[in-house]
Design a protein around this ligand. Sequence first.
Ligand code: IDP
Ligand code: MG
Length: 138
Amino acid sequence: MSTERTLVLIKPDGVARGLTGNILARIEAKGYVLVELKKVNATTEQLAAHYAEHEGKPFYQPLVDFMSSGPIVAAIFEGQRVIEGFRSLAGATEPTTAAPGTIRGDLGRDWGEKVQKNLVHGSDSAESAEREIGIWFA
Ligand code: IDP
Ligand code: MG
């Protein structure tokens, strides 16, 4: 299978807590190649497109508000099976139960809010990756 790309976002909690370098270092140390990197303030339009699949769910508005609450870091990483590999590095959605050794398991916790602040986003399929890269690196 040819090399693939994934979209990684370091969410506002990760940036605010000064964990950008730690998170990027974990992905690079795994062997994936950084292709693009930028710090941005997400627009309403970008977040509506990015999280369209979650519209209508109870955590949707808290999620959009959270993602608008401060700067994020967007990155494209490349490598064979990087989509699956980054999801494995990130760990489960809930930081409380994310495995130790993962980004969310090592660096995240539950803060008792309506949205899980879990440090990172990673694309979940090749189709999602191409769509999401188009949103953040148009
Ligand atoms: P993922 O980021 O692990 O792929 P998704 O199901 O795509 O998880 O959800 C997107 C984001 O929405 C999660 O990363 C998390 O921040 C938040 N989220 C998902 N499910 C819940 C929930 O049940 N309660 C609160 N927040 C949630
Ligand atoms: Mg997801």
